[in-house]
Design a protein around this ligand. Sequence first.
Ligand SMILES: Cc1cc2nc3c(=O)[nH]c(=O)nc-3n(C[C@H](O)[C@H](O)[C@H](O)COP(=O)(O)OP(=O)(O)OC[C@H]3O[C@@H](n4cnc5c(N)ncnc54)[C@H](O)[C@@H]3O)c2cc1C
Length: 342
Amino acid sequence: MTAVELRRRGLSVTILDRGEPGREASWAGGGILSPLLPWDYPDPVNVLALAGMERYPRLAEELLAETGIDPELRPSGMLVLPSFDQPRAEAWRERFDFAMDKCLSRDKLSELAQDMESLWLPQVNQVRNPRLLHALRRWLEQKGVGIVAAAPVERLEATHGRVDAVVTPQGNFAVANVIVTAGAWSRELLGKQALGLNIWPVRGQMLLFKASQPRFSPVLIKNGIYFVPRDDGHILVGSTLEEAGFDKSTTQEARDHLYREAASLLPFLAATPLVRHWAGLRPGSPGNIPTIDRHPQISNLYLNSGHFRYGVTMAPASAQLLADLLLGTPPSLDPTPYRWPN
Ligand SMILES: Cc1cc2nc3c(=O)[nH]c(=O)nc-3n(C[C@H](O)[C@H](O)[C@H](O)COP(=O)(O)OP(=O)(O)OC[C@H]3O[C@@H](n4cnc5c(N)ncnc54)[C@H](O)[C@@H]3O)c2cc1C
């Protein structure tokens, strides 16, 4: 998304990725375009998330029109089932002027979860990650952005406060500016140049069910477990929050836990084929607040990383802020909360 924003503003961009771009956390996620319980997060998370949410409908339309790939942005809304902190939720709604209704979930879920007091957030959309990533990639290729796969960045060569070259096994790349967007791996990539940056991997496991037809339309969340229904009957159930270093394997324990929770809220899932189980590594950060900034000592080095649980939601606004900082245009958001810690 950072490359999209920079290309839109007329810059020449090359993406270097260790593997295939768009196959890590951004692929693994649920595609919910909102924090799960937004009132549990500090303002800088909500400000960036809301700005990202606002930009998605236009972005999805543009991607579909220009690439022919539909990222499946859907106005599914999100139903938060009890228990949750009602007064905090109410205070958050007033503060951010976000549409939110108290409703009986019966209205939205019919037989699935009757008689439970819940909160209905109609403005929450969802997107289908793999399709969004395909559309972004095609858009970038159409606009002449170079994409170099299998090019792990080994180090950044800097002299006199500037990066001169990005070193990979495929050769050295000369650069005008470098933006590190390496997710959970950003701190390791930067090495000593990371300074006080604190980004670490947080594993999330997901289950995917496939019903023969769509069974419900809103994103559901209950007790930290969420359900994301896709148009074609797929239902994602996620996710775990695990500190397991850079280990991306799945575990029987997480599978059992998610399965139990899923079938207890939506009993029909026990009779629905479970078709996939995967894990991704989120770029964890203190307070879930990403760093979007220029390096304090290296004038042509930037970072856009540490979006933790909400990087897909935040991406369009985060990319816009990064581009503002790089190009010296008035920032679309107050950049202060997203400064590089040194
Ligand atoms: C299970 C799960 C569910 C989630 N659900 C949601 C959700 O519903 N909504 C939401 O908004 N967010 C969600 N997230 C969070 C979101 O996916 C992340 O915050 C976001 O994808 C981070 O994007 P990123 O580009 O920084 O990292 P990534 O998508 O991980 O991309 C990092 C890239 O850097 C590359 N790389 C790493 N090291 C190097 C190197 N040395 N050289 C070159 N390239 C390198 C990797 O190959 C990768 O392609 C979820 C995440 C997970 C794991």
